[in-house]
Design a protein around this ligand. Structure first.
Ligand SMILES: [Zn+2]
Length: 366
């Protein structure tokens, strides 16, 4: 999913959109609009249009919930105008309005890119400083009804603090990245239909000798989580070592150890996302009562809630590197690419065209 700055060999392509149904123009004149095309460093198209469409649909659902009308308005306007600078044949965003609502697909896409970028930096730094192994941990509780979701999530946050404070944890774990995710059961055949499943995805940095010393078994993790959460049942807990992901790039000239660490990092980046998936909040392309109910439940549970956090060594490095807050911070400057923009670069403005259902661009030379 990621686009990291490495080279700038890819070109900006501006496609010509054929447009016949633009009501603002004269009848017989076909008005070719230039449509936005923004590619990442790997040449992959950035899905501005798709995210904007999902945000509009999400806004329509918010508008149907009493008390969320204002949020719906802001979400409707989210990313309406995007101002880029054209440098090195690439577009760099430098001005935009993002609504920052917890359920906004546009904002959550930006948050995900930002978290992925930050985690890449943090993980590289950790790997340079210390010999560590990475472990994925998933902590769950039983599904809950919508009205209990907020309380359960609050309890989980408190339980996490107890959990991470246990002597065993502190002895074995050097640092972590933690994301709280909520999924909904959409299976009408299931007895859990319509309930929510909040859970933690955690990336743990452990010393390389962890498997020989201070190792925590799966049943011990489970026991610790049950205790921290004060549950009268045994919760489901998964733990697994991060398995290096095969990389398609062939680094013939690199040492095996470096290859392994690159492959491992690629596996880690896969969890470095913002944990709200819009396809899990609203299903399909229509406003439905079921979708509205989900928006209502999740909005209440997620409002002002922090879903991601860092601990130990990862927290210290996040601070040292002066990284901004990915959840509530700036969603324009999300990586190194957009940090420095030369003055005098060509400005490209993209605005959302309701009739065309796409971003149309205008260029301004200084
Ligand atoms: Zn937004």
């Amino acid at each position: 999913m990621n686009s990291y700055p490495n080279d700038s060999t890819n070109r900006l392509v501006l496609s010509r959109g054929q447009n016949k149904d633009d009501s603002t123009n004269n009848r017989n004149v076909s008005c070719p609009h230039e449509l936005l095309s923004d590619k990442d460093s790997k040449g992959k198209e950035r899905d501005w249009k798709g995210k904007k469409k999902r945000s509009i649909l999400m806004a329509e659902h918010h508008a149907a919930v009493e008390g969320l009308e204002k949020k719906a308005e802001r979400m409707q306007a989210c990313g309406n105008v995007l101002k880029f600078k054209l440098t090195d044949k690439r577009l760099k965003l430098y001005q935009a309005y993002f609504c920052k609502a917890r359920l906004c697909p546009m904002c959550n896409w930006r948050r995900s890119l930002k978290i992925a970028f930050q985690n890449k930096k943090i993980i590289q730094e950790v790997n340079e400083r210390e010999k560590v192994t990475w472990v994925f941990l998933t902590l769950t509780v039983r599904n809950v009804e919508g009205e209990k979701l907020k309380d359960t999530m609050d309890q989980m946050t408190k339980a996490w603090n107890r959990f991470a404070g246990y002597a065993k944890f502190k002895k074995s774990v050097k640092g972590y990245f933690r994301a709280m995710e909520v999924t909904r059961n959409w299976d009408k055949e299931s007895e859990w239909y319509g309930t929510y499943h909040p859970h933690f995805h955690v990336l743990l940095a452990v010393p390389t000798n962890y498997f020989a010393k201070n190792y925590i078994r799966q049943d011990e993790w489970t026991d610790m989580w049950q205790r921290a959460m004060k549950l009268d049942y045994v919760p489901i807990v998964h733990v697994q070592r991060v398995k290096p992901k095969k990389d398609t790039t062939n680094f013939v000239e690199l040492e095996d150890e470096v290859k392994k660490s690159i492959a491992e990092q690629n596996a880690i980046f896969e969890v470095s996302k913002y944990p709200v998936k819009d396809t899990d909040v609203i299903r399909g392309n229509q406003v439905t009562p079921e979708n509205i109910q989900t928006v209502k439940d999740l909005d209440k549970a997620l409002a002002y809630k922090r879903l991601i956090s860092y601990g130990g060594l990862l927290k210290a490095i996040h601070k040292e590197l002066n990284l901004d807050d990915a959840e509530d911070g700036d969603l324009i400057h999300i990586d190194d690419e957009t940090d420095e923009i030369a003055n005098g670069a060509v400005e490209v403005m993209a605005y959302w065209h309701v009739g065309l259902n796409n971003y149309v661009i205008k260029k301004f030379d200084d």
